[in-house]
Ligand binder design. Structure first.
Ligand code: SAH
Ligand code: SF4
Length: 346
């Protein structure tokens, strides 16, 4: 059985033409699925009976099930989905003044092993396909009865380690006949796979790029993020400059503030030296506590001091607000909690 959500419009057109059907039926199917959110071929009234029978035989529109859903006081909704092979993956729906954004996972687990991250507690068991990523969005829209206007690829997994599926996912959700989510409304966050950042730049798509820096020196970054052993900070900066030159999109560097680890004035100044002159901003991120680790969120005095130091030295700096703090909304946290509970039950 083929999975409809894996298909771009062009691919569906080709499939239909090869099967002896009309090319424009693909647009009609996309309209039912992505605009009307109708997932039952029999209800697609402008499609011929013969084609509907063919689709029912050949194509699946099955969605993952929702294993767990948590709603925060601030209206953030966190979903844990279950796929047919029992893989569990999360997605988070967030309401902002500018629209509704969705944080999507790209892999089942993550191999990058960052020292502070719940997603890295479990090794990657597999990549998600582009269709599975699309299906999570459709499931969320149906469940919440809301359209999604922005996507952040910041859930579990390293998206550039699942490059082809993630690129295809972006193309499908961006397509005018698909969900039509603007390319400038899509942000990908990476731990810094320098060669892949360049490859992404060469794709010329112009999505927003966020880079998880978290430390301005290799000595420190290596301890927090093992990926630093493969790609040093200067390679990541070089790739970021390349991305900016190619796409004209300003890079965001994410910097998690961890008490007593990376929040001193020494590191603030190192960070200034690193990014000065670049067309970039620094996004300071509050840490969501993960039980397995000893890291602590920086206290508000250190946060203010760090922020002011960057600001006074001319760096574009923003603070991310915590969302869904009461529902384990940080990267990989709900998944890791549920998996732990399941292990205890076993
Ligand atoms: N793998 C990619 C994208 C997913 S992680 C990456 O690392 O960029 C998305 C962001 O959440 C990263 O910046 C990551 O460092 C951050 N993050 C991970 N654990 C966190 C936690 N406990 N609290 C706050 N942010 C966290
Ligand atoms: Fe993976 Fe990103 Fe978590 Fe690091 S921070 S373990 S790269 S998901």
């Amino acid at each position: 059985m083929k999975y409809l959500f894996d298909y771009s419009l062009e691919e569906l057109e080709n499939l239909l033409v090869d099967g002896g059907y009309k090319k424009f039926s693909a647009s009609q199917i996309f309209d039912w699925v992505y605009k009307k959110l109708t997932l039952d071929f029999d209800s697609m009234s402008n499609i011929s009976k013969e084609l509907r029978e063919y689709l029912k035989k050949e194509m699946s529109l099955e969605l993952p099930t929702i294993t767990k859903k948590e709603v925060s006081k601030d209206t953030t909704v966190k979903y844990l989905f279950n796929f047919k092979d029992e893989s569990k993956v999360e997605g988070v729906l967030m309401h902002h003044p500018y629209g509704t954004s969705y944080c999507i996972s790209s892999q089942v687990g993550c191999n990058m092993g960052c020292a502070f991250c719940a997603s890295g507690l479990k090794k990657k068991s597999r990549d998600l396909t582009s269709g599975e990523m699309v299906s999570m969005i459709i499931k969320t829209m149906l469940d919440s009865n809301e359209r999604i206007s922005h996507i952040v690829i910041m859930g579990t997994g390293e998206p550039l380690d699942n490059f082809d599926n993630v690129i295809k996912f972006i193309k499908i959700v961006n397509a005018p006949k698909g969900l039509e989510i603007g390319i400038r409304h899509i942000t990908l966050s990476t731990s810094g796979l320098a060669p892949k950042i360049k490859e992404l730049a060469d794709k010329g798509m112009g999505i927003n790029l966020a880079i998880s820096l978290h430390a301005p020196t290799d000595d420190l970054r290596m301890r927090l993020m093992p990926i630093d052993k493969a790609y040093k900070i200067n390679e990541v900066i070089d790739a970021s400059n390349y991305y900016f030159e190619k796409t004209g999109r300003r890079i965001t560097f994410e910097y998690l503030l961890l008490e007593g680890v990376n929040d001193s004035m020494y590191y603030a100044d190192k960070l200034v030296e690193l990014v000065r002159g670049m067309n970039a901003y620094i996004n300071l991120i509050p840490y969501n506590h993960v039980d397995e680790f000893e890291f602590k969120e920086s206290n508000s005095k250190n946060v203010d001091r760090f922020y002011n130091q960057l600001k006074s030295r001319g760096i574009n700096v923003t603070m991310r607000h915590k969302m869904g703090d009461d529902i384990d909304a940080a990267c990989g946290q709900l998944r890791s909690k549920i998996m732990k509970e399941e292990e205890i039950k076993k």
